[in-house]
Design a protein around this ligand. Structure first.
Ligand code: SF4
Length: 327
């Protein structure tokens, strides 16, 4: 296991008395050589999870409770026990974040090769940057271009000379170039055409396995998760509602919200009209009592608005928070 998240809570402070409970008591882990997918509707806390896991915490977001632990070379590193300068050393070396629309974050006045070099050197002690490291770095960057399927010539180009798909490949490759053990990807393929998207996903899958990194992959598209994720975590209104090996989740989703997400996927030849969920996710300032999904749940019972269902393991590696599946 490379990443362990224990009972994590992160709220946005709107005023002295009002909090938006964006991540409210989540526990999960990410394993070496595997991709953990996180799915759910917009506003259900997916991006906030990444911010909390990478200590990218700016007001009004605050950590209310829980721990984020990195397991690295036999050591447990408790993220929130570290000072800011210690956390800076972990970024890029132990974990990296490929943010949403990362391709737009490439420095427009730097050539691609220079951007890679600066990223690598900025995380090395100055006294270690010598001729030998320059040579090794150039080789590493050229190999990275091969791996991600881009011609080496782009290293002497500016970002504006590349297509959107090429820039996104560069952004992903940049997130991997320092060889971190955990990589967080926030919708890395959104806005790309299907062929480019497939190429990026295949690369990420292969890289994860070969390099034994753990990837946490945020995406709202369940079709992408079906292709890529090993384990799928479904979140709703700041809560984790179900987690299972992806194949099992698609074959037998247990939580009514997971069933709705998976049931909304189109199937070739299926002409039946899909019935979506009614209503919309609740306000996270004052979420519904009990199960937060109860105002929209087709199976709601009296108990659902009174008590919060526990998140329980109902089969090996299959967890769900729903009174329909209490053990
Ligand atoms: Fe529906 Fe109740 Fe299960 Fe929540 S706990 S998902 S409201 S059945």
């Amino acid at each position: 296991m490379n990443l362990e998240v224990r009972r994590l809570k992160g709220y946005y402070r709107v005023s002295s008395k009002i909090d938006v409970k964006a991540v409210d008591d989540m526990t999960f882990s990410a394993t070496a050589g595997e991709i953990l997918g996180v799915a759910g509707e917009s506003g259900c806390g997916k991006t906030t999870i990444l911010k909390l896991c990478t200590a990218w915490i700016k007001y009004p977001l605050k950590v209310v409770g829980g721990q984020v632990i990195y397991h690295h070379k036999g050591k447990e590193i408790d993220l929130y026990s570290l000072k800011e300068d210690q956390i800076k050393k972990l970024r890029w070396n132990i974990f990296t974040l490929v943010p949403q629309a990362a391709m737009n974050s490439l420095n427009p006045v730097r050539k691609i090769g220079k951007i890679f070099e600066e990223t690598i050197f900025s995380h090395k002690p100055k006294q270690k940057i010598d001729q030998e490291l320059h040579k090794e770095t150039r080789e590493r960057i050229r190999n990275a271009m091969n791996d991600i399927g881009l011609p080496r010539e782009i290293l002497s180009m500016y970002p504006c000379q590349l297509s959107g798909g090429m820039k996104q490949r560069v952004a992903l490759s940049l997130g991997l170039i320092t060889r971190p053990s955990v990589v967080f990807c926030d919708e890395p393929t959104s806005g790309l055409d299907l062929v480019t998207q497939k190429g990026i996903l295949q690369f990420l899958r292969k890289y994860t396995l070969e390099n034994k990194i753990a990837v946490m992959f945020i995406n709202h598209d369940m079709g992408v998760h079906a292709q890529l994720s090993d384990t799928l975590l479904i979140t709703y209104a700041g809560k984790q509602v179900e987690s299972a090996p992806t194949k099992e989740m698609f074959a037998k989703p247990l939580h009514p919200y997971s069933q709705a997400l998976i049931g909304s996927l189109p199937v070739i030849g299926d002409r039946e009209r899909k019935i979506g969920l009614t209503g919309s996710p609740p306000s996270l300032i004052d979420p519904p009592p009990g199960c937060r999904f109860h105002p929209r749940c087709p199976h709601v019972m009296d108990i659902c608005s009174e008590l919060e269902p526990e998140y329980q393991e109902v089969a090996p590696k299959h967890f769900v928070a729903c009174f329909l599946h209490r053990s």
